[in-house]
Design a binder for this molecule. Sequence first.
Ligand code: NIG
Ligand code: FE
Length: 413
Amino acid sequence: MRTLIRHINCLVGVQDPKQPLRKEALAQLPSIKDAFLLLEDDVILRYGVMNALDLSASDVDQVIDAKDRFVLPAWCDSHTHLVFAATREEEFVDKLKGATYAEIAAKGGGILNSARKVQACSEDELFQGALLRLKAAILLGTGAMEIKSGYGLQTEAEIKMLRVIKRLKEQTPIPIRSNFLGAHAFPVEYKDDREGYLRLLIEEMLPRIAAEQLADYIDVFCERGFFSPDETSLILAAAAAHGLRPKIHANQLSVSGGVEVGVRHDALSVDHLECMDDAAIDCLSAADTIGTLLPGCSLFLRAPYAPARALIDSGAAIALASDFNPGSAPSYNMNLVVSLACTQMRLLPEESVNAATINGAFAMELADRVGSIAAGKKANLIFTKPMSSLAYLPYSFGENVVERVMINGKFYL
Ligand code: NIG
Ligand code: FE
C-alpha cells in the first residue's frame, strides 16, 4: 500500500548517518520545507519538495495532508525502567517534607521498595501495567524504546521482568531492546555478602537469561554505595562471555569511575553522567561509547544536569533519554526531555532533536531501522500541531505539540 503525505510544512531529520552524530554534525538537522513523503506499507520510500512531486492522489492508496505540520522521526528513548509494579509517590511526598534519601532507604524505600512489589506481582499484572504505560509513551511520540529489568533482584523476579519485556516486544508495534539490570542494588539479604550476590548474578542469573535469550544488553548501577567499578568489571566480563554488550548507569551521584569501566568493556552507552571530571569527559570523547543524558531525572531530583555542552564540544557522542522509572524520573515524556535539554543543558533545538532521535537509535543499535527520515527506514513518525518553527517544540515546554503519531505507516490510536 502506498501512502502519500503531502504539504508538510517541514520534514525534519532527513539523513542517514552511519555513525552517531558528534560536535558540529549534531547541530545539523537536515530538513525539507514544503515537503512530501511517500511510504510503501510500513517503510519510507522517498521524499522531496512538493514542487518536484510527480504523483497525483490517484497514483497512491492513501493521501494525508500535513499542512502547517512538522513531521519528525519518532523519539528513540534508549533508557527506561518501564516495567514496575507500583508508583512511589509516597516517597516523593516524604522527600518534599524533608526526608533524606538515606532515611527513605532505611525504611526499605527506593529500589528495594520497587523490588518487593515486583517480587509479589504476577507476570500478567506486570505486563498489563507496562503495556498501558508503553501505549501512553507512544502517543507522546516515542517510536523505539529500551527497557530494563532491575526491580526483581532475585533470579525468578528478574526473569519475570525480562519475560514481560519479551511480551512487550512481541505485542507492540515499536522496536524494543531489553537490558538485564540485576545489578541495580544489593538485596537486603546480601547486604553483608556482596560476593554472594555477584555469584548469584554471574553463575545463576546470567546463564539462564542468556539461554532463554531474554536480554539484548547488560546494565549495572556503577555508583558509590551500589556496585563498585571492580564489581561492575566482573559482571561485564561475565556478560560478555554470554554475548551481552553493556549499557550501564555511570557517574550519576559521584565521579564513580563508571565511564572508564564502561568504555574499557566497549559499552554501547554509559548513561546519566551528572558527575563528570575532565578525565571522564576525555575518556568518553575518545571512545565509540555513547553518553546518554537523562535530564528528566535531574529535574525530578533537583540534581545537577550532565555537562552536555562540555561533552559535545569535546567530541563525545551524546543521546537523550527519559530514564522513565517510579523513583527518580516518573515521566516518559520525551518532548519534555528535549525541552529540558535546551533550557537546562543549553543544547540547540537541532542538537536536542538529533540526540533524542538518531543518536538514541544508535544507542540501541537500531539506527538502520529508525531515528531519521531515510529510504527503507520504518515510518515511525511524529506529526506536530501547526508550528512556525522547530524551536517551538522545546520552547513551548509542557505543551504537547504532538498531534498524531504514526507507527509502521499507520496512525497510532
Ligand atoms: O536510573 N540510578 C539508578 N536507577 C534509577 C532509579 C531507580 C529508582 O529509584 O527506582 C535511575 O535513576
Ligand atoms: Fe536509569
